[in-house]
Design a protein around this ligand. Structure first.
Ligand SMILES: Nc1ncnc2c1ncn2[C@@H]1O[C@H](COP(=O)(O)OP(=O)(O)OP(=O)(O)O)[C@@H](O)[C@H]1O
Length: 334
């Protein structure tokens, strides 16, 4: 459905130093720098897939989404979406895609949201019957009844984001590009947005490409991730496999009293915060210990530690998706 092959995009950016003198100098002699936003980007996405497109700031995520949605023409490479080249067949292509940029609005600011929806109906030439049915579905699923008669500028961020998502789906697109859809939302609104995305993917087999810095979005929505750094794709694989790779790392938070903790092979001290009871000559503390589960099992760790100290509380957690991504960024030096 989406086939991207060897896409490259370089931006030519004018640069000058600060100050009046430099500004005048730049009038006569401009200096340029070249930013390689996308370098040899290739991937394929099947119908109905939900893919997380992740990477640090400036990695090239938005540039990729812009190429896929047809607003940015690459310097070289090919991209076919449902048999169309996005930047060449823009008008027919936009009928197939919905785009939500979390940081930008597609709603007209001063008019009630429903007026923006009607305008989009005209732009996309949605038949009246289909529009009515879709609107009804979206209003119900996204709980918009109370807000669509309000101007966009008077909505809370969460309400506006739900309206943005509805606006992007009115014409029933096959593909949805979501660029930071939960940015700035509170926990309840984030969950509502995520549940809705899961729901439309299930109902309509909508293909979703999601760029986000929120790893809970990735965990809740996608099975596959594509990691981009400095304009290049560094990894494309299943989240599950990645978890497997990093499975060997767990963390124990141990509240203890007694002696100083000594660690054996397979354990590493990440933090040890304690106070000293000078009378008893004993410590009371909270240690965070890294466990390499390829060397020691969790039960062995508990037995080993309880031989040394009194454990008053212990919790053991695996690597979170956030930690996993930090490790990936470290591994790929991005
Ligand atoms: N129109 C442009 N003109 C010049 N440089 C640009 C332009 N758009 C993007 N870039 C540069 O291309 C690189 C990739 O930018 P892009 O916005 O795609 O990154 P991103 O991964 O979406 O980052 P973020 O997570 O911060 O949104 C950056 O170095 C950026 O400065």
């Amino acid at each position: 459905m989406i086939q991207v092959e060897h896409i490259n995009k370089t931006f030519k950016v004018a640069r000058r130093n600060a100050g009046m003198k430099e500004a005048v100098k730049a009038l006569f002699h401009k200096e340029y720098e070249y930013v390689h936003a996308l370098e040899d980007i290739s991937f394929a996405i099947k119908e109905g897939e939900m893919v997380g497109y992740i990477g640090p700031n400036g990695a090239g995520k938005s540039s990729t989404i812009k190429v896929l949605s047809g607003v940015l023409t690459p310097d070289s490479g090919t991209c076919l979406i449902n048999g169309r080249i996005p930047w060449k067949d823009r008008i027919s292509h936009v009928g197939d895609i919905g785009v939500v940029f979390g940081q930008r609005s597609q709603l007209w600011w001063d008019v009630p949201v429903i007026d923006s929806f009607e305008l989009l109906r005209d732009i996309y030439k949605i038949p009246q019957r289909a529009y009515k049915d879709k609107l009804e579905e979206l209003v119900q699923l996204l709980d918009l009844k109370e807000v669509i008669r309000t101007p966009a500028r008077q909505l809370s961020l969460g309400q506006r984001m739900r309206c943005e998502i509805a606006a992007s789906l009115l014409h029933n697109p096959k593909i949805l590009f979501l660029d930071e859809p939960t940015i700035g939302l509170d926990a309840v609104s984030k969950i509502a947005v995520r549940n809705f995305i899961l729901d439309i993917n299930k109902r309509h087999k909508t293909t979703v490409i999601l760029t986000t810095h929120d790893m809970q979005d990735i965990e809740a929505l996608t099975k596959r991730i594509i990691l981009i750094g400095k304009g290049r794709i560094l990894l494309d694989g299943k989240l599950e496999d990645l978890r497997h790779t990093f499975r060997g790392a767990k963390k124990a938070v141990v509240e203890y009293s007694g002696n100083e903790l000594t660690l054996c092979e397979g354990l590493s001290m990440l933090a040890d915060d304690y106070s000293l009871d000078e009378e008893k000559g004993a410590r009371k503390g909270r240690a965070i210990i890294g466990i390499d589960t390829d060397i020691l099992s969790v039960s062995e760790v508990i037995s080993y530690l309880s031989l040394q100290v009194d454990i008053t509380d212990i919790s053991v957690t695996g690597t979170s998706v956030d930690e996993l991504v930090v490790q990936l960024y470290k591994q790929y030096e991005i």
